[in-house]
Design a protein around this ligand. Structure first.
Ligand code: GLA
Length: 374
């Protein structure tokens, strides 16, 4: 099955925007391997907008001849040779968001081109569609075209959550769908997209079909096309933990050739990745909230019967004492549980009713709570 767990990889857009070329892609591929990110699961290397030449050639999309002089097929082979998968980008309209040729009216031709290049992933945008165009019909067209190629191509759709895609995207063949506008490298954006806009979306996600609150900004530190001032390390930790609990696709958006230690450490956190990639495929939900003035708890059921629980301090107050009660995720209050605090490494056995911990401002503690057998 394609995307039986949330897709993981890297996408060029957040940091590089239109400034992409084959050297960047090859250096990024090498960095994904050398840093261990590939082996941690980040396998899709996705080239976003602005890879194509300004005009079609003989009716076909072709890459920019200067920036991608080797051609996409050979570039895909290089990426495959490094044990990675290759993703590409187009739009359901006549042009991409950066005004380059896109796939409206050329769906099968373009899907065949991508398949011939041995592409493994298509991100399909919604710019330059006709006013009043039916998004479901447009996305179904490309979904059918991809299927008709006979190649396994992960289909990632991007209409910014404008038409409730969670209700229809999987029926047009999509494996993930954006639920939000574009993320930017600020705590306000991460909070809005991650905490606010994901409310109530958990029933729609599952193996093969995922809500997508957009790419990670972890480690960008304000360096990027859409960059703002960046987040603090605590805020990046909350962002990554929340995307893991949301069973969101984990598409890295920073420059992986030059990550600082905190970024590398966070993106390679095996215990958080295991929560994201848990085979049960449940998306976490907000189990409790005291509003912006306090903390909030997000909970995700895991295949082994345990719960992943994120306790977030969204206040400005340092060291806020926040508790989580068993009733929030349906455990009887007298159930004894082992609480593994993944953020501190501490393990407590025989905990009943609730667990409390001090969490710094804009930071998170992620717990793995496992009911003990009696
Ligand atoms: C849209 C998408 C972004 C990115 C750009 C590229 O804004 O939402 O993720 O792909 O287009 O132009």
């Amino acid at each position: 099955m394609i995307a039986s767990t949330p897709p993981m990889g890297w996408n060029s857009w957040n940091t590089f925007g239109p400034n992409i070329d084959e050297n960047l892609i090859l250096e990024t591929a090498d960095a994904l391997v050398e840093t261990g990110l590939r082996d941690a699961g980040y396998r899709y290397l996705v080239v976003d907008d602005v890879w194509m030449a300004p005009e079609r050639k003989n009716g076909l999309l072709v890459p920019d001849p200067e920036r991608f002089s080797m051609g996409i097929g050979p570039l895909v082979q290089e990426v495959h040779d490094r044990g990675l998968l290759f993703g590409i980008y187009s739009s359901a309209g006549t042009h991409t968001c950066e005004d380059l040729p896109a796939s409206y009216g050329f769906e099968q031709v373009d899907a065949d081109t991508f398949a011939e290049w041995e592409v493994d992933f298509l991100k399909y945008d919604f710019c330059h569609t006709a006013a009043g165009a039916d998004p479901v019909a447009l996305y179904r067209r490309m979904g059918q075209a991809l299927r008709a190629t006979g190649r396994d191509i992960l289909y990632s759709i991007c209409e910014w959550g404008a038409n409730q895609p969670w209700e229809w995207a999987s029926s047009v063949g999509a494996h993930m769908w954006r639920t939000t506008e574009d993320i930017v490298d600020s705590w306000e954006s991460v909070s809005r997209l991650g905490f606010e806009l994901q409310t109530d979306l958990h029933p729609y996600a599952g193996p093969g079909h995922w809500n997508d609150p957009d790419m990670l900004v972890v480690g960008m530190h304000g360096k990027g096309h859409v960059g703002r001032t960046g987040l603090t390390d605590a805020e990046y930790r909350s962002h990554f933990a929340l995307w893991c609990l949301l069973a969101s696709p984990l598409m890295i958006g920073c420059d992986v050739r030059s990550m600082d230690d905190a970024t590398r450490h966070l993106l390679l956190d095996e215990s958080l990745i295991a929560i994201n990639q848990d085979p049960l495929g449940r998306q976490g939900y907000r189990a409790s909230s005291h509003g912006h003035t306090h903390g909030e708890t997000w909970a995700k059921a895991l295949a082994d019967g345990s719960w992943a629980v994120g306790i977030f301090n969204r206040t400005e107050r340092p060291g806020e004492f926040l508790t989580v009660g068993w009733e929030l995720f349906g455990l009887k209050v007298d159930t004894a549980a082992t609480v593994h605090n993944l953020s501190t490494g501490r393990i407590d056995h025989g905990v009943v009713a609730s667990f409390g911990t001090r969490v710094d401002s804009h930071d998170v503690h992620v717990l793995r709570i496992t009911p003990e057998r009696t």
